[in-house]
Design a protein around this ligand. Structure first.
Ligand code: ADP
Ligand code: MG
Length: 357
């Protein structure tokens, strides 16, 4: 057992005297080589849990055993603990006044006692591994977010940690850069590095993890293999969370509609959810339907939805106050040839035409 957590709790005391209990009773055991993704709604204590595990945020109750020793006990060497636990933050936290290379060599030289030369040799190897060797002498300010995060990962690896804790490593990134960081983490998982990863990337969590913790209401509400949590969740809050649908919505007026903005937003959305290949189709279909088959039914609501877990993407045209399909008599041959399916269905307030793309 690498980490054992028993009845862990954390209560924050606010300046006005009120209190907020964020972690109520967290229990888990983590073995070497496990890759655990921690998912859950925001504000449920995922960051607090990671910060408790390396004592950046000392818990108020319970215990944490690391390699069998209680890290909350008086006299436990926290500096030694932090050498064995790497941490990668959402906001990178690179040393801005040092080059990329110095960022990676700093701790091994100071804390592990490596010679400059040995530290540099290893730093180059690690930078190469994360695809950043060519930037070794650059300053962090000249890097993109994705590049900074890959350097932060190399810096954590340079300490040969027993475990790396990642707190939403891709949520501060431009959508186009998420993939490059996730693929580095994927590679580390393959190599058997123990990792705890707080993430909102459901597909990634499902593919890369040995176990998933779903956090909710201050506890590990449900845990299991990716298959258990994503395909057969037991509790209803878990079900609702893992099946959530991402969505972008436009109100399409009667006369004018800003197609350019729609194209830009649809494209951003598709890149963000890893379906860049569908962006063009979604934009063209929306344009054609709004100009032809649906033209007489404006104003209407246009939605692009994506269910991350199932991979289903759909374009919805929703018209209020209709009780039959707006495209009942329309020529849909051209549209049908470009989609997987067309669903016409009543809604609470009207009618919806759904193109599955
Ligand atoms: P998550 O990472 O799941 O979004 P956090 O662990 O960041 O959640 O925060 C959980 C709750 O604890 C939030 O309501 C947050 O406002 C509160 N919180 C976090 N850190 C502090 C702090 N240092 N002082 C007071 N409240 C905090
Ligand atoms: Mg957080």
């Amino acid at each position: 057992m690498l980490i054992s957590i028993r009845h862990l709790s954390k209560t924050f005391r606010n300046p006005d005297g009120s209190t907020l209990t964020v972690l109520k009773d967290v229990n888990c055991d983590i073995n070497p080589g496990e890759v655990i993704s921690i998912i859950g709604p925001s504000g449920t204590g995922k960051s607090t849990l990671l910060r408790a595990i390396n004592m950046l945020e000392p818990p108020t109750g319970g215990e944490i055993l690391f390699e069998g020793k209680n890290i909350m006990a008086k006299g436990y060497r926290l500096d030694a603990l932090r050498m064995k636990m790497g941490m990668v933050f959402q906001s990178f936290n690179l040393f801005e006044h040092m080059t990329v290379l110095q960022n990676v060599t700093y701790a091994p030289v100071r804390l592990l006692g490596l010679s400059e030369q040995a530290a540099e040799e290893e730093a180059f190897a690690l930078l190469k591994k994360v695809g950043m060797a060519q930037k070794a002498n650059d300053m962090p300010s000249s890097l993109s977010g994705g590049q900074k995060q890959r350097v932060a990962i190399a810096r954590a690896l340079a300490m040969h940690p027993e475990v790396i804790l990642f707190d939403e490593p891709t949520s501060a990134l431009d959508p186009t850069m998420v993939g490059e960081v996730l693929s580095v983490i994927r590679q580390l998982a393959k190599e058997g590095l123990t990792m705890l990863i707080v993430t909102h990337e459901m597909r990634f969590a499902r593919d890369v993890s040995t176990r998933i913790f779903f956090m909710n209401e201050g506890i590990i509400y449900e845990d299991g293999t990716p298959e258990q949590i994503f395909e057969h969740p037991v509790r209803s809050a878990t079900k609702a969370f893992v099946n959530r649908i991402q969505m972008i919505k436009f109100e399409v007026g009667g006369d004018d509609f800003d197609f350019l903005t729609m194209r830009t937003e649809f494209t951003r959305f598709c890149i963000k959810y890893n379906i860049a290949g569908k962006a063009q189709t979604a934009c063209d279909l929306a344009h054609d339907m709004l100009s032809n088959q649906m033209a007489a039914f404006r104003p209407l609501t246009l939605r692009l939805t994506h269910t991350e877990l199932t991979g289903v993407t759909a374009l919805d045209f929703m018209v209020e106050g209709l009780n039959e399909s707006p495209v009942a008599g329309a020529d849909l041959d051209d549209i049908r040839a470009r989609v997987q399916d067309i669903v016409e269905e009543p809604t609470v307030r009207g009618f919806r035409v759904k193109l599955i793309i």
